[in-house]
Design a protein around this ligand. Sequence first.
Ligand code: ADP
Length: 165
Amino acid sequence: MIRTGLYPGTFDPVTLGHIDIIKRAAKLVDRLVIGIAINRDKGPLFSLDERVAMIERICVPISKEAGIEIVAHPFENLLIQCARDVDATVVIRGLRAVSDFEYEYQMVGMNRSMDDEIENVFLMADAEYQSIASRLVKEIARMGGDVSHFVPQDVAEALVKKYRA
Ligand code: ADP
């Protein structure tokens, strides 16, 4: 049986924290799907196409290194439905601080009552990346700060372009 994991998020934009979680998740499953929430309501800075392209670019070396298939999959429906659509039996989430825990705790409870077959796995990024959040990266970039410690080089450049436009 091929074990497929789903790692969902908005990835607006992808950060070194996300990448650390993707690398760890790739060691746990046979196939990894990165679920990219379309999230129209949140009004993402990067378009869906841009976010998919960033994830795909980043996943090429990780996929090679881990020896597993990693695919990007946009989704707009319930997380549980997305997991079923991609045949995932494991949902992977990153945990940063206590603040993430409260929300995740509720989500797991609600998701479980909808589908108890799907298991939730929580991973923590390396200490160096734990405090990184896409929202803060955008705020720093918008104010002209250097975000090169938080995101890959091409993403840092894309952020500069976005806020210059
Ligand atoms: P954010 O919460 O930063 O807006 P996402 O919604 O894209 O980002 O997050 C997707 C998943 O990645 C969530 O499970 C989130 O908790 C996790 N995540 C994001 N940043 C980090 C980080 N620095 N360390 C660990 N997990 C993270």
